[in-house]
Design a protein around this ligand. Structure first.
Ligand SMILES: C[S@@+](CC[C@H](N)C(=O)[O-])C[C@H]1O[C@@H](n2cnc3c(N)ncnc32)[C@H](O)[C@@H]1O
Length: 250
């Protein structure tokens, strides 16, 4: 993709997701359940949410721990939405919104106790994200990272073809676990996001939004692509989805 095409594509994607609470599939109860099993963190952990969008996870984490969250996203629009939501919830004293590149953080080594990243590691590739983020974690710090993963070695052909084009680096859970181990993490647990959470919290609001936005050639193309993604998920969600990897820095 040329830089201009990439800029146009990101602008169309941003227009489509503007105003939505979630910019990717996720679920608050599912996240809280993961948090309820993290027993080794300090009472007030130093938290980062990388690729935070408009902050569904950052706000949940701030509320859960009553601790400060550094919330990073490259989109000024989404960071603006996060600021507004934090204010509305009376959480602005706990949220530090940072518009920036999650691959180029100049934070001190070992400065994060809990690193959370939902639906964003694919932008760097899972392996690269692990490599770049590992030094940020304190001794025995925890990373919770969601990554699109194959649930089977034998996914049906149409879905393989789609994802080979959309995200060629997508791999099986076993491969991702091996990558985490190779990157100086222990894998504490993995959790598959239920398909219902995709529909209720993400695809259905997104479908409504599609009816509202101004149609331009680039929004039209992002809408078509998203509709195709939904059609495939409807048929083949047994074969792939978001897996949350709960990792501890060795
Ligand atoms: C699928 S969305 C998920 C957002 C949020 N975590 C959620 O679940 O609602 C991916 C996010 O990553 C952000 N992003 C993409 N590349 C980035 C980068 N290099 N640095 C920071 N954020 C980035 C996008 O702007 C977008 O908000």
């Amino acid at each position: 993709m040329s830089t201009d095409t990439e800029t146009e594509y990101v602008a169309a994607l941003t227009a489509l997701h503007r105003g939505l609470d979630r910019k990717g599939p996720g679920d608050s109860d599912f996240s809280r359940n993961i948090l309820s099993h993290l027993s080794t963190l300090p009472i007030k952990p130093r938290i980062a949410d990388l690729g935070c969008g408009s902050g569904s996870s950052a706000l949940l984490l701030a509320q859960h721990y009553q601790s400060t969250v550094m919330a990073v996203d490259s989109s000024s629009v989404f960071i603006g939405e996060l600021r507004a939501r934090a204010k509305q919830l009376g959480l602005e004293h706990l949220i530090i919104p940072i518009q920036g590149d999650m691959a180029k953080l100049d934070w001190s080594v070992g400065s994060v106790d809990l690193l959370w990243s939902e639906g964003a590691a694919y932008k760097l590739g899972f392996e690269q994200a692990l490599k770049i983020w590992r030094p940020l974690l304190a001794n025995s710090g925890i990373a919770v990272i969601s990554e699109m993963s194959w649930f089977t070695d034998n996914a049906p052909e149409p879905v393989i073809a789609y994802w080979q084009n959309a995200y060629p680096m997508m791999d099986t859970e076993a491969e991702n676990i091996a990558r985490a181990n190779k990157s100086d993490f222990s894998v504490l647990s993995i959790h598959r996001l239920p398909s219902q959470a995709w529909w209720v919290n993400y695809y259905e609001p997104l479908r409504q939004r599609m009816q509202q936005i101004e149609i331009t050639p680039s929004t039209q193309s992002v809408i078509r692509e998203t509709e195709e993604e939904m059609r495939l998920f409807e048929k083949f969600s047994d074969s792939y989805g978001y897996t949350f990897y709960v990792l501890q820095a060795d």
